[in-house]
Design a protein around this ligand. Structure first.
Ligand SMILES: [Zn+2]
Length: 595
């Protein structure tokens, strides 16, 4: 419990949820609520809603939900205290001091300062004799001094403890060096530099902080790249190499490439919109960062097996997203009478920036890429294989939601296989019908079990007693609308609830009432996990009439009591539970004095 209640209430009232969400999501008003495309899952039709009355957001698709603090925690990847600080800054509010919290933030700050010092030290080493090998390597790769400066490239010398010694001298502790991932410890407990004899790439995040390092070997030895492991300031899923520069680009898209050197070569050739994900396939967290800066992504991975697999993976992740996605495939190069694959770096070196610009402008969309991949599997001169090709490619085309698009691509596929356009269209139509049928059946199945529909999505939150849980949800909703109704819940205690989550939500609302706070999501956000908040907002956004509370509240309470009595009655064989219930009775919990 880090912040005073009063401060949190003030914070939330000064950060209207519609305002805050609007800076990330385009919202349109529909009745009393706002709707937009969900930032937490990929979709084309809006199922993300914001309620200005309840000050909550809720996604009907992925069931994310909560108040303004949860929203910032999720979208900015922040902890609760950091989200509070973020919103305080936004509203120009002073954050009250908290000891433990200040310590954590001070520690983070120290690690970031240490990283910056280390980056500076690697950079300076580049111009000393100890960095000569790295400087020679940069020349060989044709990376200019100017480029090296703008990326802050540096040299880790061929030594076991140069950085360690230099940073200790600057006043950093061994423990801090370990926490930053700059040194490692052997079995005997001795510390030594993690990066040795490598070209160093500082990883700088969108805020401009040095959060990690990548180091590349100068020869053919393995591992080629070595990156900082996860630390308190770095998560590889949430960072992209080059994003600190690419975020300022004036180009309409962002190019995703494979390695740090590719990024650097592209920037040097005038493509300041290149980034790379380091040591990981593209992640949802990374697409969230990218979505702040562009609506169009160009995938430019190596033209080999691994690169194609990475492209497929990225396309799958970006399917149904807001991004327009294109694939840039680098042609193979004729060398000594043989075609060899080339990466971005080779391509720029041999063909120049203008050639890259040309293929960037003409790069294929993802449908072309996927159709090529299908065609490559078949020998289209063989009749039987042509039929198999038509079958597979028609399934792919049938996945397009737009009829005109389906027709265009069917035409192209037909031409390629030398099949008549009509025959191909017929095949696509059949695949499309089959697909629709499958979707319909899946929906039916989902609707079959009505009780299951009321269940929380998270398995650990499942209701044991759906009838009671529905009444418990009703009580929560009514109290959320007007917590003075708590005075009429007299005999109802949190222990009567069949769902532990709803029970503790009820308890939180009672406590808020006792403290004179109004029932806002903040009351809940500190206490519950994101999954729990997601379910509670599902409960809160269901309709509930305050006008009918006169009748519905006593009904809900009656049902909850009945169910609780039944549960307690049914467990009398269990002596331990009976003893617990007896204890509760003596202590005055879960009283039965209705009416
Ligand atoms: Zn969603």
């Amino acid at each position: 419990m880090a912040f005073p209640q009063q401060f949190l209430d003030e914070l939330v009232s000064r950060n209207d949820i519609v305002d805050v969400v609007s800076s990330y999501v385009t919202l349109t008003r529909k009745g009393g609520n706002y709707f937009g495309l969900c930032p937490f899952h990929n979709e084309k039709t809006p199922s993300f809603s914001v309620s200005p009355d309840k000050q909550i957001y809720h996604c009907f698709g992925c069931k994310h939900g909560g108040g303004v603090i949860s929203f910032i925690m999720e979208i900015e990847n922040l902890s609760f205290p950091d989200a509070v600080r973020f919103l305080a800054k936004r509203a120009n509010m002073e954050v009250p001091d908290d000891g433990a919290d200040r310590e954590a933030s001070r520690r983070r700050q120290r690690i970031l300062e240490l990283n910056r010092e280390a980056a500076r030290w690697f950079y300076q080493t580049l111009s000393t004799p100890a960095g000569a090998a790295v400087a020679a390597y940069l020349d060989k790769r044709q990376i200019t001094r100017k480029t090296a400066v703008s990326f802050g490239l540096g040299a880790a010398p061929d030594s076991w403890d140069s950085l360690l010694t230099a940073m200790i001298r600057k006043g950093y502790s061994k423990e801090e060096l370990l926490a930053a991932g700059l040194v490692v410890q052997n079995k005997q407990g001795r510390l030594y530099d993690k990066f040795r004899n490598r070209l160093m790439f500082p990883v700088i995040d969108v805020r401009g902080d040095v959060v990690a390092f990548g180091g590349r070997v100068l020869d053919k030895s393995e591992p080629k790249y070595m990156n900082t492991q996860e630390t308190i300031v770095y998560s590889k899923r949430r960072n992209l190499y080059g994003i600190n520069l690419a975020k300022k680009t004036k180009r309409p898209n962002i190019i995703l490439c494979e390695g740090n050197i590719d990024v650097i070569t592209l920037h040097q050739a005038g493509f300041d919109n290149a980034v790379a994900s380091m040591g990981t396939a593209l992640t949802t967290e990374q697409t969230r960062i990218l979505s702040r800066y562009t609506k169009e992504l160009v995938l430019c991975y190596d033209n080999d097996g691994a690169g194609k697999a990475a492209t497929e993976k990225a396309i799958a992740l970006l399917e149904n997203s807001e991004f327009a996605v294109r694939v840039l495939q680098l042609p193979r190069r004729l060398q000594d009478g043989e075609y060899v694959k080339q990466d971005v770096d080779d391509f720029i070196k041999f063909h120049g920036g203008a050639a890259f610009e040309a293929i960037l402008n003409g790069s294929e969309n993802q449908m072309d890429f996927r159709m090529d991949a299908v065609a490559a599997k078949y020998d289209l001169k063989d009749d039987e294989q042509r039929i198999a090709y038509a079958g597979e490619v028609s399934q792919l085309i049938a996945s397009l939601p737009n009829a005109v698009e389906r027709e265009v691509y069917a035409g192209r596929a037909a031409e390629r296989a030398g099949i008549s356009r009509e025959a191909m269209l017929l095949e696509v139509k059949r695949s499309y019908g089959k697909r629709k049928n499958q979707e319909r059946r899946a929906l039916q199945k989902e609707n079959q079990n009505i009780a299951a529909l009321h269940q929380p999505r998270e398995r650990s939150l499942r209701y044991d007693d759906v009838r009671s849980a529905m009444a418990e949800e009703g009580v929560i909703r009514l109290l959320f609308l007007d917590n003075s109704l708590a005075d009429r819940c007299g005999s109802l205690s949190p222990e009567d609830f069949s769902s532990p989550l709803l029970g503790s939500c009820y308890e939180a609302l009672l406590e808020a009432r006792a403290q004179g706070r109004s029932p806002s999501p903040t009351v809940l956000e500190e206490r519950f996990s994101p999954e729990e908040m997601g379910h509670l907002t599902t409960v809160l956004q269901k309709p509930e009439s305050l006008a009918a509370a006169e009748k519905s509240l006593p009904d809900y309470i009656r049902i909850i009591h009945e169910s609780a009595d039944k549960r307690r009655g049914g467990t009398q064989e269990d002596p331990l539970l009976a003893a617990v219930n007896k204890f509760k009775e003596i202590k005055g919990y879960g009283g039965k004095q209705n009416g």
